[in-house]
Design a protein. Structure first.
Length: 1242
C-alpha cells in the first residue's frame, strides 16, 4: 500500500466513523437514560490534603495505570521545577545537571527522548539545541520542562500504561500536563508572587516574579486567564575531571611499577561482531598470481595477547617478520607493502604489552561555571461557552530563556610522553639498517625527562613503530622498526602505585598552566498557538484541537585562553578520587606577568610553497625570528536550531452503555503532526573543487565557503629581540606584523592572527584578569585540599582590545559569501516527520457476582510516519587517469580525485499498528482494584541518527580491486545517518494492585515488564548497501546516477532487543487519626526497582553485561508534610541508584577498542580497551515551608539539596583504586535557597 493511500484510508475511515456517530446522536438522545459520568470530578484544591485527595481520585478513575500530581492552589505547585515535581512519582528518575537543577526525567528507565510530554494536548517542543550542538549524536526529542511555568498547572498525569487514544512517542510512560482554563474560576482572581533565590556557591540573590489574573465576561460565558512569570537564576557549578572529557577513563600507556603482573588481561570472548574475524590488512603476494597475504584478525590479536604470561611472551607470540617472509609480499612503491606489514606486527606486539601498563590520570582539569539565566513565560487563554453544548478556546503561550554563561577552566599539566626535543633516537633514515633493529629512545641529559617501558638491555619492550628508509643512497626502501622505551616528564623515584596498578602519587618535572574562559550566550524561545473546541450533547462528545508550535535555540561561544610554563608539581590522589597539585614554591598561577613574557623561538620555520591558500614564504632560522609569547586562543563558535510542529486532532466519544450490553463507550479519532527541525553548526565547505594544478595554465580555483567556527589566535611580539640572545633583527628576518592579519586559507578567511607589543599584552592581561568569582568547591563538605580558585578572564573586556572579532556575529551562519564573491547557503541538518494516526478504543464494564466489577478498554492505533533526513554530503569521485596501471591499482599517481559537497535528502516511510488492552477487576468497588494493562508502544529514534551527512567515495577502480581482493572501493569514510531506522518498539505490560481505604490514603503495588523488540540505534558497517537508492545523487565527474551503486558504509542499525522488569510500591496517607498537631501531618513514599536482561553492551575485560544506558537499578522518594490550613511544610528525600553510561571512549576516538559488543566503532592497533563508565548513586533532601499571614498574604521558604550532594561519575567497581574512590568527575552545584511572599485576592 502506498504512503498516500494508507494516509487516505486512515483519514477516510475514521472520518466516516465520526459522521456515523454524529448522525445517530439525535435518535439516541431522545431515549437515552441518565448515565454515569466518566469525567474526573475536579474539587476546589486548597492545601496539601485536598490536592492529595484529588490526585488519588484521578489515579483511581484513570483508564490505564497512571499517577497524578495536583497543585495545592493556583501558583502553588509542589515544586517550582516541573521536572523535580514529576520525579516524586514512583518509577520516575530525575537527572540533575551540573548546577544541581533537575533538567530531565526518565520513566521506568526510558529517558526524555523516549517520553512524550504534552501540555493541553500539544507536544512540548525540544528547545535545547541538541541537534545544533551534537549533530549526528543529537536526540532532538527530549522536552525541556524547565521552561514551562508551574503557576498555571492544574495537574500532571504520568501515564504508565497505554490506550489507543494516547499520542504515540513514549516507550514506557508519557506525561500529560493540564493547565487552568478561563472558566475554572467562579470569581475574578489575581495572585502575585515576589521572591528571591540564592546558590551557596555564587551567593548572589536573584528575583522571581509571577502574576496570575482571571476574569469572566458576557454573563460568565467568556473566561480569560493570563499569567506571566519572570525570574533570574544564578546557577553555579564547580567540577574536576581526572580523565579526558570526564568519560575517557584512566590512561594505560606506561608501565609505572615494572611489575611482572598484568594490569588487565584481554578477554577473547568480547572480540565479536563485524570485523572481529576479518584480517585487519592484506597485501598482494609477490608471486603476482592474485593471491593475498593477510595480517592477523582482531580476534587473533586479542586471543594471542591474552595467552602471554610475561612481557617476553609478547615478543614470542608476535615475532619480527623476517626478510624471507617479507619477500613473499609484493613490495609496492618504495617497499610500502612490506613496511606496512612489519609496522602491523609491531603494533600487534605493542597491543600485547599494553596489558602491563598501569593506570594514571589522562587529563586533570578543573571547572568553575557561572550561569545567569533569565526566564520569561507568558500565557493568555480565552474560553468561550457558545451554548450549553459547545465551548471553544484559544491559547497563546511563550517560554523564553536567555543564558549568559561564564565557563572557566584551569589545567595545570600532567604526564607528557615523548615530547619533541626531550629525547634522541638511535636510528637515522636513509642509512643501512637491518630489518628488526630497534629504534632505542634515550632522554636528553638534563631535560627532566626519564626513560620508561625499557626492559633490561632495552630488549623486547615495543612502545610503537617508526618507518625509515633502511638503505643508504638514492633508492628508497622503507621499513618499519620497533621503538623501545618512552621518555616521560615524571621522576621514577616519585611514583607510588597501589596494589590495583593505579598510580596514586607522582611528580612532574615540567608543566603548563592553561586558563580558559568561554563567554557562552544562549537563548531558547518557544511559542505555542492553540485553538480548540469541545462539543457535548447527550451521549456524544467531540473534541477538536489545532495547534502550531515553534522553537528556536541559539548559542554563541567566545573563547579565550592564556598559558604559561612552570617547573613542575607533585600530584597526589585524595580519598575522594580528586587530584591535588603541590605547585613549586614562589610560583603564582594568578600573576599576570607570567602570561605576557616573550621568549626566543624554539625551532626553525620551513619554507612554504605558494598555493591557492597562501603565498610562498622562505625558511627562517631561530636567529631570524623575533621573540614572542605563547600563542593564545581567541575563538568564536555559533550554533542555531529551529523547530516547528503543526498538530491536528479530532476525537469523538459516544456512550453506548445503555444500548449495547457490556460496552460503555466508543471513542475514535484521527490526528496529523508535521514536525520539522533544522540546525546550523558553523558550516563551511567546498562548493566546487579546483580544476588543474595551481600555477599552471588552465587552472580554475575552487569555490569555497568559509567556516563560521572561527579559531583565531593572538600573541605578543618584540621586534627588538631576535635569536636566542635577544639581539637586533638580522638580515632577511621575519617581522612581527603587528595588528590583525586574516588567514589566507579559503576555508578560514573569517579569522586570523592578532599581534601586540609586549607592553600592550601586559596591559591586556592586567585588565582582563579578574579576581576569582568564588571559592572552588566552596561549600562542598568533602573538598579536601583542593586549590581555592583562580582568576577569571573577562572575555567581554578582551574583545574591546581585539580587531579579530570583526566576524564574531551570525551574518554568515545561514548564508555566506564564497571565495568567488557569490552567496551560498551554509550546510544545514534537516529533518521532517509527517505522522498520520487514527484509532478506536472501546470501554467496557460488567458487574459480576459477589459485588465484583470488571471494566477496562481495548483499542488499536494505526500510525504512518514519513521521514526525511538531510545533511551535507561530500561526494568524491576517483577516476583513472593516463598513469593508471591495473597491476598496481593503489598507486596514487594513477587516479584523479574530485570532490563536491551538497545537501542530500534520504526519505523513508514506516507503518505501525499499536493495540492496547486495559482490564480492571474491582474486588471492592471504589476501594480495591486489580489492574492489567498491555500494549505495543513506539518511540522515534534520535533525530541525529536519521540525517544523511558524511563523505562518500565513488571509485572507478572497483573492478580492479574486486578482482584483486574481493572488495570494492565505493565506501563512506564517515558515519552516515540512516532514515530507514525503525522506531524503538516494545510491548509494555503492567500488573497493579491499588487500595483506597479512604480519600486520604492510597496503596499501590505494581509489577511491570517492558519487552523491547527494537532498541537504541547501534553503530554498524553495512556492505553492499545501496545508500542512495531512490535519490537523484550523481557522480560529481560523470554526472551519472549512483542510485544503483553499492557501498560499504558506516551507519546505524536498529538496536538489539532487551527485556526490562521491575516493580513499584507507592503509598500516600494523611495521619488524621493522630492527636494534637500531628493530625495535620501526612507522608508519601514510593520505591521502584528495575532490572534488564540486556546483554548488548559488555565490559571489554571482565565480559560482564551492562545494564541499558541510563537505567538506574532503583528510585526512591519519601516526603513528610504538614498542613493545618495556615502553615504548609514538606521535607522530601530522593534517591537514585547507580546507572551505566557507556564504555570509554563513549563515542570519541581516543581509546583503541577492538570490534566487540561495546556500542563503539573499532579502532586501529595497538588495542588498549576501554573501561565501563557509571553515574553513581545520588541522594538529595529538599524542603519547603509556607505560612498564610492572613487570607491574602502567604510567605514561603524553600531549600534544595540541603545535604550538599554532588553527582559523581567514574569506573565503579571496575579497575578501582585500593584506597581512593574511582572518580572520573565530580560536578557540584551547591545548595539553593528561595524565599518570598505571595498575595492572592479572590
Amino acid at each position: 500500500m502506498s504512503s498516500k493511500s494508507f494516509s487516505y484510508q486512515l483519514k477516510t475511515g475514521t472520518g466516516l466513523g465520526l459522521m456515523i456517530a454524529m448522525a445517530v446522536t439525535p435518535v439516541f438522545a431522545q431515549t437515552a437514560a441518565p448515565a454515569p459520568q466518566d469525567d474526573v470530578t475536579e474539587v476546589v484544591v486548597v492545601g496539601a490534603r485536598a490536592a492529595q485527595q484529588t490526585a488519588n481520585d484521578r489515579k483511581k478513575k484513570a483508564r490505564t495505570p497512571t499517577d497524578s500530581i495536583v497543585a495545592d492552589d493556583v501558583g502553588a505547585f509542589p515544586d517550582r521545577n516541573l521536572n523535580e515535581a514529576i520525579s516524586r512519582v514512583a518509577g520516575v528518575a530525575l537527572s540533575r545537571n551540573e548546577f544541581g537543577e533537575g533538567d530531565s526525567v526518565s520513566i521506568r528507565g526510558n529517558g526524555p527522548d523516549l517520553t512524550r510530554v504534552e501540555i493541553d494536548g500539544v507536544g512540548v517542543q525540544s528547545a535545547g539545541g541538541s541537534m545544533a550542538i551534537n549533530g549526528s549524536e543529537g536526540g532532538g526529542r527530549g522536552a525541556d520542562m524547565r521552561e514551562l511555568p508551574s503557576d498555571l498547572i492544574k495537574s500532571v498525569d504520568v501515564v504508565k500504561g497505554t490506550t489507543a487514544d494516547m499520542t504515540e512517542g513514549s516507550l514506557g510512560g508519557g506525561i500529560q500536563i493540564q493547565t487552568r482554563t478561563g472558566l475554572d474560576f467562579k470569581k475574578p482572581y489575581i495572585s502575585m508572587r515576589v521572591g528571591a533565590q540564592q546558590n551557596s556557591l555564587g551567593q548572589r540573590w536573584t528575583p522571581d516574579l509571577n502574576i496570575v489574573a482571571s476574569k469572566k465576561f458576557f454573563d460568565n460565558r467568556l473566561g480569560v486567564i493570563f499569567s506571566v512569570t519572570s525570574s533570574e537564576v544564578q546557577n553555579d557549578s564547580h567540577a574536576q575531571e581526572t580523565v579526558t572529557s570526564g568519560s575517557q577513563g584512566y590512561a594505560r600507556t606506561i608501565d609505572w611499577d615494572n611489575s611482572p603482573n598484568k594490569t588487565f588481561s584481554f578477554n577473547p570472548a568480547t572480540a565479536t561482531g563485524d570485523g572481529a574475524n576479518t584480517p585487519l590488512l592484506s597485501w598482494a603476494a609477490a608471486a603476482g598470481n592474485g593471491a593475498l597475504i593477510y595480517s592477523k584478525s582482531p580476534l587473533e590479536v586479542v586471543t594471542l595477547s591474552s595467552q602471554a604470561q610475561s612481557k617476553a611472551d609478547c615478543t614470542t607470540l608476535f615475532p619480527t617478520i623476517t626478510d624471507a617472509q617479507l619477500g613473499l609480499i609484493a613490495a609496492s612503491t618504495n617497499n610500502a607493502n612490506r613496511a606496512a606489514a612489519q609496522n602491523q606486527r609491531y603494533l600487534e606486539r605493542q597491543t600485547c604489552l599494553n596489558q602491563w601498563n598501569d593506570y594514571h590520570p589522562s587529563l586533570i582539569r578543573s571547572f568553575m561555571t557561572t550561569q545567569t539565566e533569565k526566564r520569561l513565560a507568558a500565557d493568555l487563554r480565552f474560553d468561550f461557552r457558545v451554548n450549553d453544548n459547545l465551548t471553544v478556546y484559544a491559547k497563546y503561550a511563550v517560554a523564553n530563556r536567555e543564558i549568559d554563561e561564564q565557563r572557566r577552566l584551569l589545567a595545570l599539566g600532567g604526564v607528557s610522553i615523548n615530547t619533541a626535543g626531550k629525547f634522541t633516537d638511535s636510528l637515522v633514515t636513509n642509512t643501512n639498517i637491518a630489518t628488526g633493529t630497534a629504534q632505542i629512545r634515550t632522554p636528553v641529559a638534563g631535560s627532566g625527562y626519564y626513560l620508561y617501558n625499557a626492559a633490561p638491555g632495552n630488549i623486547g619492550w615495543t612502545t610503537g613503530a617508526v618507518t625509515l628508509d633502511q638503505v643508504a643512497g638514492s633508492v628508497t626502501q622503507n621499513m618499519a622498526f620497533p621503538i623501545y622505551g618512552q621518555v616521560v616528564n615524571v621522576d621514577p623515584n616519585s611514583v607510588t602505585v597501589d596494589a590495583n596498578h593505579h598510580v596514586t602519587q607522582f611528580t612532574i618535572t615540567d608543566g603548563t598552566v592553561e586558563k580558559q574562559q568561554t563567554n557562552n550566550s544562549q537563548y531558547s524561545d518557544s511559542t505555542y498557538l492553540t485553538f480548540g473546541a469541545q462539543y457535548k450533547k447527550g451521549p456524544l462528545r467531540v473534541d477538536f484541537l489545532a495547534a502550531h508550535s515553534e522553537s528556536e535555540f541559539g548559542k554563541t561561544d567566545q573563547f579565550a585562553s592564556f598559558t604559561t610554563p612552570y617547573t613542575g608539581a607533585k600530584l597526589t590522589v585524595q580519598p575522594n578520587g580528586l587530584w591535588l597539585y603541590e605547585m613549586p614554591a614562589g610560583f603564582d598561577i594568578n600573576n599576570p606577568a607570567n602570561y605576557s613574557a616573550v621568549r626566543a623561538a624554539a625551532a626553525n620555520i620551513g619554507a612554504v610553497t605558494a598555493s591557492i591558500n597562501g603565498p610562498a614564504s622562505p625558511a627562517y632560522t631561530v636567529a631570524q625570528q623575533p621573540w614572542t609569547s605563547n600563542s593564545f586562543s581567541f575563538t568564536y563558535s555559533p550554533r542555531l536550531e529551529e523547530g516547528s510542529e503543526n498538530t491536528f486532532k479530532l476525537d469523538a466519544t459516544y456512550r453506548i452503555w445503555d444500548k449495547v450490553p457490556f460496552f460503555r463507550q466508543l471513542k475514535t479519532g484521527i490526528s496529523f503532526r508535521d514536525a520539522e527541525r533544522s540546525a546550523w553548526q558553523g558550516g563551511g565547505y567546498t562548493v566546487k573543487p579546483a580544476v588543474g594544478t595551481f600555477g599552471a595554465a588552465g587552472y580554475v580555483a575552487p569555490v569555497v565557503v568559509p567556516t563560521m567556527n572561527l579559531r583565531g589566535t593572538f600573541r605578543a611580539c618584540d621586534d627588538a629581540k631576535y635569536g636566542t640572545t635577544g639581539t637586533a633583527a638580522p638580515a632577511g628576518s621575519i617581522g612581527c606584523n603587528y595588528g590583525y592579519v586574516p588567514s589566507t586559507n579559503l576555508s578560514n578567511t573569517l579569522y586570523g592572527v592578532e599581534t601586540f607589543t609586549p607592553a600592550q599584552m601586559q596591559e591586556i592581561v592586567n585588565n582582563v584578569f579578574r579576581p576569582a568569582s568564588s571559592t572552588f568547591f566552596g561549600s562542598y563538605p568533602d573538598r579536601g585540599n583542593l586549590i581555592s580558585g583562580w582568576t577569571d578572564i573577562d572575555v567581554a573586556k578582551l574583545v574591546t582590545y581585539m580587531n579579530g572579532d570583526v566576524n564574531h556575529n551570525l551574518d554568515c551562519l545561514k548564508v555566506c559569501r564564497g571565495s568567488d564573491g557569490n552567496m551560498y547557503e551554509q550546510p544545514v541538518l534537516k529533518s521532517q516527520e509527517k505522522i498520520t494516526a487514527a484509532y478506536y478504543v472501546l470501554d467496557f464494564e460488567q458487574e459480576l457476582p459477589f459485588g465484583l466489577v470488571f471494566d477496562g478498554n481495548f483499542g488499536v492505533r494505526a500510525v504512518e510516519t514519513e521521514v526525511n533526513g538531510s545533511g551535507l554530503m561530500t561526494l568524491t569521485s576517483v577516476r583513472k587517469n593516463a598513469s593508471f596501471s591495473a597491476a598496481n591499482p593503489y598507486a596514487a599517481a594513477g587516479v584523479t580525485s574530485t570532490s563536491l559537497s551538497k545537501n542530500v535528502t534520504l526519505q523513508k516511510t514506516t507503518r505501525d499498528w499499536l493495540p492496547s488492552y486495559n482490564a480492571n477487576l474491582w474486588v471492592i468497588p471504589d476501594k480495591l482494584v486489580l489492574r492489567y494493562s498491555t500494549g505495543k508502544t513506539i518511540s522515534r529514534p534520535p533525530i541525529g541518527r536519521l540525517l544523511a551527512a558524511g563523505t562518500c567515495i565513488f571509485d572507478e577502480r572497483s573492478a580492479e580491486i574486486d578482482a584483486a581482493d574481493g572488495s570494492g572501493l565505493n565506501d563512506c569514510n564517515t558515519r552516515v545517518g540512516n532514515p530507514d531506522l525503525k522506531p524503538y518498539t516494545a510491548k509494555s505490560e503492567n500488573w497493579t494492585v491499588e487500595w483506597y481505604p479512604n480519600k486520604d490514603t492510597m496503596f499501590s503495588l505494581a509489577a511491570l515488564e517492558l519487552d523491547v523488540k527494537i532498541g537504541a540505534p547501534q553503530a554498524t558497517t553495512l556492505s553492499n548497501y545501496k545508500l542512495f537508492e531512490g535519490t537523484d545523487v550523481t557522480d560529481p565527474v560523470t554526472g551519472q546516477p549512483v542510485s544503483d551503486l553499492s557501498f560499504d558504509v558506516a551507519t546505524w542499525r536498529n538496536g538489539d532487543p532487551y527485556n526490562r522488569k521491575g516493580w513499584e510500591f507507592a503509598t500516600k496517607t494523611a495521619f488524621t487519626f493522630l492527636p494534637w498537631y500531628l493530625r495535620y501531618t501526612g507522608a508519601d513514599f514510593n520505591y521502584s526497582k528495575l532490572e534488564s536482561s540486556s546483554n548488548t553492551i559488555r565490559d571489554p575485560n571482565s565480559g560482564d553485561s551492562m545494564h541499558p544506558k541510563g537505567e538506574s537499578d532503583y528510585f526512591a522518594n519519601l516526603s513528610l508534610w504538614y498542613d493545618d490550613g495556615k502553615t504548609n511544610a514538606r521535607i522530601s528525600y530522593q534517591g537514585r541508584g547507580e546507572s551505566f553510561a557507556c564504555i570509554s571512549s563513549c563515542g570519541a576516538n581516543t581509546v583503541n577498542n577492538y570490534p566487540g559488543p561495546f556500542d563503539l566503532d573499532a579502532r586501529p592497533l595497538p588495542y588498549n580497551p576501554g573501561q565501563a563508565y557509571f553515574r553513581y548513586e545520588t541522594q538529595y533532601i529538599d524542603a519547603k515551608i509556607s505560612h498564610k499571614v492572613n487570607t491574602n498574604v502567604e510567605v514561603y521558604l524553600e531549600g534544595r539539596n540541603l545535604t550538599y550532594e554532588a553527582p559523581v561519575t567514574g569506573g565503579g567497581q571496575y579497575n578501582a583504586f585500593t584506597s581512593a574512590e574511582n572518580t572520573w568527575r565530580i560536578g557540584y552545584g551547591g545548595r539553593r535557597v528561595m524565599f518570598g511572599v505571595t498575595y492572592r485576592m479572590q
